[in-house]
Design a binder for this molecule. Structure first.
Ligand SMILES: [Zn+2]
Length: 414
């Protein structure tokens, strides 16, 4: 891995050496530096750790003088409390989760910034959000994976079988990780890709015939982490009727580009996660055709996109936003499951996980998430989101996923 990195650096240096020091090199002529997806060990200490999150949430709650409330709503498999923060008293609920993949770390930091803002700002914009919305945030929904700085959680199939005796003779599911993944060795500490463990039927109980499953099939709520998020979602349904908006914060490959440019994608967006339940492709979930609101998901994405394009006047990187691939059917994701249940849904995919980018661009990428969330919250609170044209979503440029990548590309997961 270090060899590839060294090659990349050598390429940059060699390219520069070709230009005489006195000449004003036309920047557009230089080949862009290559980019590597090869996993490597990177420091992560600038990101908020689990223990730091507890301290920060406590601080935010305190300085908000009653506006932000924090509670522990469940426990990870290794006993870490699953934390939830709530701010606002409005009739519409916006539910936001982050770091279900433990190597995707800008989400918790951005959520802390948003909570701090909503808890302390007396601006009219913050007041409007607090009056019209209830914002519910879970900043680290895979705290065991986060502490290991890896994608999966820390849970063995044997532990699952002991809790679900009906699975004693079943094979482990397809998303159980026991080998190498994204540079992490799971052989001594297996785990699951928790973001394939959801089921659109929130009352589902695991059945032996549903194993090992596959990516286009729903999950099973095997992990304590997804059980907790599901229970929070059900509680919000009971309280608010519908969970108006659900946003899940992720990271993706480090080397994707904006089509037709040499610009790296800062963040990709999506509002589509499952086949439309009113079509033959989505017929497995036809029962959800009445609650599925794809146009509203598009409007929410446009709200985030517009806010970032406006911010690009200050930093062009905020404008490098693309659409995540749309030809997916992932009913085992939180976004897919909750979207079928009637939530407008938004996926944020920030550039580069910790094994590739580490802390590089941390502040800018965290700010990108913050701006995008701010666009959604203000647009939903003001009602402007209802006026946005869903067709604008389809005009967001797609993601160019291949041009400048060095190293393995088969191991990139979002
Ligand atoms: Zn992810």
């Amino acid at each position: 891995m270090h060899r590839l990195r060294a090659l990349a650096l050598a390429g940059v240096v060699a390219g520069a050496a070709l230009v005489p020091a006195t000449a004003a090199a036309p920047r557009t002529m230089a080949a862009p530096p290559p980019c590597s997806e090869e996993p490597r060990e990177n420091p992560i200490s600038e990101f908020t750790s689990y223990d730091e999150l507890l301290v920060e949430l406590d601080r935010v709650e305190r300085v908000s003088t009653g506006r932000v409330s924090v509670e522990e709503v469940g426990s990870s498999n290794r006993g870490r409390g699953m934390m939830l923060a709530r701010v606002g008293t409005g009739p519409k609920v916006v539910f936001i989760t982050a770091e279900i993949h433990g190597n995707e770390k800008t989400g918790p930091d951005a959520l802390l910034d948003v909570l701090d803002y909503l808890g302390t700002s007396d601006s009219s914009a913050a007041q409007q959000i607090r009056e019209r919305l209830t914002v519910v945030a879970m900043p680290k929904i895979n705290p065991d994976g986060a502490s290991l700085d890896r994608r999966g959680n820390d849970l063995t199939w044997q532990e699952v079988q002991s809790r679900f005796p009906q699975l004693a003779a079943s094979p482990p599911p397809w998303n159980y990780i026991t080998d190498q993944r994204q540079g992490d060795d799971y052989s001594q500490r297996p785990g699951f890709d928790v973001n394939r463990d959801y089921h659109p039927n929130l009352e589902y109980q695991p059945q032996p015939q549903d194993f090992p499953g596959s990516s286009d099939q729903p999950g099973w709520f095997l992990s304590p982490e997804t059980q907790t998020v599901r229970d929070v979602y059900k509680g919000l349904q009971a309280e608010f009727g519908t969970v108006d908006t659900y946003v899940d914060l992720h990271h993706q490959g480090a080397c994707y580009t904006v089509p037709g440019t040499d610009e790296f994608v800062t963040m990709s967006l999506s509002g589509k996660f499952v086949a439309d339940p009113s079509t033959p492709e989505g017929s497995a979930f036809a029962d959800f055709a009445d609650t599925y609101r794809p146009e509203y998901s598009k409007q929410l994405n446009v709200a985030a996109y517009n806010a970032l394009q406006a911010a690009a006047e200050k930093n062009p990187a905020f404008g490098n936003i693309t659409l995540y691939p749309q030809d997916i059917n992932l009913p085992g994701t939180g976004l897919g499951a909750f979207q079928l249940n009637g939530s407008g849904a938004v996926l944020f995919e920030v550039r580069g996980q910790t094994q590739t980018l580490g802390e590089q661009h941390r502040e800018m990428l965290t700010k990108t998430v913050h701006i995008g969330l701010g666009g959604i919250l203000s647009s939903v609170a003001s009602g402007e989101v209802e006026q946005l044209d869903p067709a604008s979503y389809d005009k967001i440029p797609p993601t160019d996923r291949g041009q400048r990548t060095l190293g393995r590309t088969t191991d990139i997961e979002d």
